[in-house]
Design a protein around this ligand. Structure first.
Ligand code: ADP
Ligand code: MG
Length: 345
């Protein structure tokens, strides 16, 4: 053994960096977007590029059956992959499903996962065309791969942000992290009066909506210089754009769109709203950058289409790292960097 490092020492992103060093040399052609973006991009022909992504969910780690119905699990497993396709501005076409199941799993539960996945596939015109099935010693593993396409050279990469770009987010941020707290909390929010808000937030965690149409508009009309979907947390994911683009960003915390439901429930339950909005993950909203001279056109195009709302949350600056403006004193210290699968406690 060359070193005594553990994965928890280098973290998920440290590991991905080292995998990239192993895999990214030849024979990967220069015009392929490999490791480091939301999806890989491969030239297909003169008109199209192929876009491919994969994401895996493990029971106990990414979901628990005590609060995740199998049908919702199937929907979410596909939706999170479609979100990566959306972050590239691409159009999804086909999906593959790999299932790892213990022999004592109920057949009806496994089929419910598949039916949930098919329901989401129907909604976005995606065909599920294969996969793999393995025995798991315990717990269920659901891994989905999605193949899509995008007009040649139009993919929205993490690496395209430049100083001066405006940073936007779609929808609202933080709902999913609050929903997860409600799903896993001691009373699951049952004691609170505002049941409609509680149900809304739980649903935002269990059934994220991939922002495919939003991503398509951004790529087809060249409205974004860079994009990512919020899976690890707003700061972590905007941080990925900054690292890949070689820039820094200023985030205006008071401009981040937060739902009324999130505000009400966080206040009533004593949750730290700032931390959950900035560092909670799994919103599957898009964060994207727009050249200053494109911002007016972006707003003009956006109002003409029934899409998730957008809000400017900051701007790209020279340098590196993120600066957060408008936080109450002392909050910044408490912020995690977002979700890292191997981070220690
Ligand atoms: P996302 O949150 O958008 O799904 P990830 O953080 O999972 O992105 O992955 C970031 C990048 O690292 C992607 O380009 C992905 O393909 C790559 N990646 C992650 N894990 C591995 C792995 N085990 N081997 C090769 N590439 C990986
Ligand atoms: Mg992503």
């Amino acid at each position: 053994m060359a070193s005594a490092e553990k994965l928890s020492d280098i973290g998920e992103f440290g590991l991905i960096g080292r995998l990239e060093a192993i895999f990214s040399g030849p024979p990967t052609p220069k015009n392929v977007v490999g490791i480091g973006d939301d999806a890989a991009v491969i030239p297909l022909n003169e008109s199209w590029d192929l876009v491919i992504t994969t994401d895996c969910m493990l029971s106990g780690e990414h979901f628990r059956f005590d609060f995740t119905p199998p049908h919702a699990l199937g929907q979410k497993a596909l939706a999170t992959n479609l979100s990566d396709i959306a972050a590239m501005g691409a159009e999804p076409l086909y999906a593959l499903l790999t299932l790892g199941c213990p022999p004592e799993a109920w057949v009806e539960d496994v089929l419910a996962v598949a039916r949930g996945m098919q329901e989401t596939a129907d909604g976005f015109d995606v065909s599920v065309i294969g996969g793999d099935t393995i025995r798991s010693p315990s717990g269920m593993l659901v891994s989905v791969t999605v193949v899509g396409r995008i007009e040649k050279g139009r993919a929205l990469l993490r690496s395209g942000a430049r100083p001066g770009d405006a940073v936007f987010a779609t929808g609202t941020i933080g709902d999913s992290a609050i929903g997860l707290k409600l799903l896993t909390g001691p009373d699951s929010g049952k004691g609170a009066a505002d049941t409609a808000s509680i149900e809304y937030l739980k649903r935002r965690h269990l059934l994220p909506e991939p922002r495919l149409e939003e991503g398509r508009l951004l790529s087809s009309e060249a409205l974004a210089t860079a994009a990512i979907d919020v899976s690890d947390g707003l700061l972590a994911d905007l941080g990925h754009i900054c690292e890949r683009s070689g820039v820094g960003a200023v985030v205006w915390s008071e401009s981040i769109p937060v739902s009324n439901e999130a505000r009400t429930i966080a206040q009533g339950s004593g949750f730290d709203l700032h931390s959950l909005v900035l560092s909670g993950g799994e919103d599957y909203e898009l964060v994207f950058c727009c050249k200053p001279d494109c911002v007016a056109r972006l707003h003009e195009r956006w109002v003409k289409t029934p899409l998730a709302p957008i809000a400017q949350i900051g701007e790209i600056v020279e340098g590196s790292g993120l600066r957060i403006e408008g936080l109450p004193e002392g909050t910044e210290r408490k912020l995690g960097r977002g979700f890292d699968h191997f981070a220690g406690p």
